[in-house]
Design a protein around this ligand. Structure first.
Ligand SMILES: [Zn+2]
Length: 314
């Protein structure tokens, strides 16, 4: 069961590849790509990771399903068509989904189809459901993860030698990550690999997939001897960024704001209270606090101007 040939016709465009089998209760890992249609590095990484993992064949313990998030936006290499697909998974948006398909936005159709696909995967899963949502960023960035920490996600977070940003609850509740973690109870994380078009972004995301598969017991050092190299590749990139950071501020943006980020900010760069971070139609936007800048908006589309994060002490 569960091999690519058994996939119903309607999911064949969305499911890129399937490797392994969860018979016997092994976990299912769903690797989600291109929730933002212009983030093609995840798709490239998934195709290459699939080839490496499929080569293990009989000794692979579990099932990895590689899926596309925003199919229509991916087709035209845009972040989204009508609205951000990764901001419409909150309860209110899901409840307000149009009943009539004619009334759906492009992303409401994507959400309905992706949801059906995830439910089909879950129904066919014999073991635990895990979701790895792969992204890339508009500007250069070292790789990092985002999670809602729980006993279930701890294993995935610890498997990756990357800084993790936590504390998004109440600030950005419309993400697929939030839905999968908090509503569905799947072990779920996001990993952002770096700048969209940079070759190393694909490499980092390949390592991410492999290390998560290892954390779930799907592969081992015996079946996949390259594991330590993948770990080393990510380990050397965290250059001084605290391992766990918490979101303490979000600057929301409307298209009418004419928001423009000040040039040159790098993800996780330190900032001081009062520093001018951006401008919009109303004037300068200054930082309300000390911290580190997170996800500064340097592309045309987006509803988050920037976030501010602060190291989390445990
Ligand atoms: Zn993204």
């Amino acid at each position: 069961m569960n091999q690519i040939g058994k996939i119903p016709e309607k999911y064949r465009d969305r499911i890129i590849e399937v490797v392994g089998d969860d018979a016997g209760g092994y976990p299912t890992l769903v690797v989600v790509n291109a929730m933002h249609g212009n983030e093609v590095a995840g798709v490239r990484a998934s195709r290459r990771a699939y080839i490496s993992l499929a080569a293990i064949d009989g000794a692979f313990h579990g099932r990895v399903v590689f899926v596309l998030g925003n199919l229509r936006a991916f087709g035209v290499v845009k972040r989204y068509i009508d609205v951000d697909l990764n901001r419409i998974w909150d309860e209110a948006s899901l409840q307000n989904a149009p009943r009539d398909r004619e009334q759906e936005s492009s992303e409401e159709a994507e959400r309905r189809e992706l949801l059906e696909c995830l439910e089909w995967i879950e129904e066919s899963a014999e073991g635990e459901m895990c979701v790895l949502d792969l992204h890339s960023t508009s500007s250069d960035s070292s790789p990092f993860g985002i999670a809602y920490p729980s006993a279930r996600t701890a294993r995935l977070m610890e498997a990756l030698p990357l800084p993790f940003v936590v504390g998004l609850a109440g600030k950005v509740d419309g993400t697929l990550l939030h839905y999968c973690s908090e509503q569905k109870g799947y072990s779920s994380i996001i990993v952002e690999g770096g700048r969209h078009e940079a070759a190393e972004t694909t490499e980092r995301l390949i390592s991410t997939i492999v290390l998560v598969a290892s954390a779930l017991g799907m592969i081992s050092h015996e079946t996949f001897p390259e594991l330590p190299e993948h770990r080393k590749r990510l380990e050397k990139l965290s250059n001084g960024i605290p391992p766990r950071l918490e979101v303490i501020y979000r600057h929301a943006v409307e298209p009418s704001d004419e928001f423009k980020m000040a040039p040159g900010y790098l993800n996780f760069q330190s900032i001081a209270k009062g520093e001018v971070l951006a401008r919009d139609g109303r004037g300068e936007i200054v930082s309300p606090t000390d911290g580190h800048i997170f996800l500064p908006l340097y592309q045309a589309q987006g509803s988050d101007g920037f976030f501010i994060v602060s190291p989390l002490s445990d």
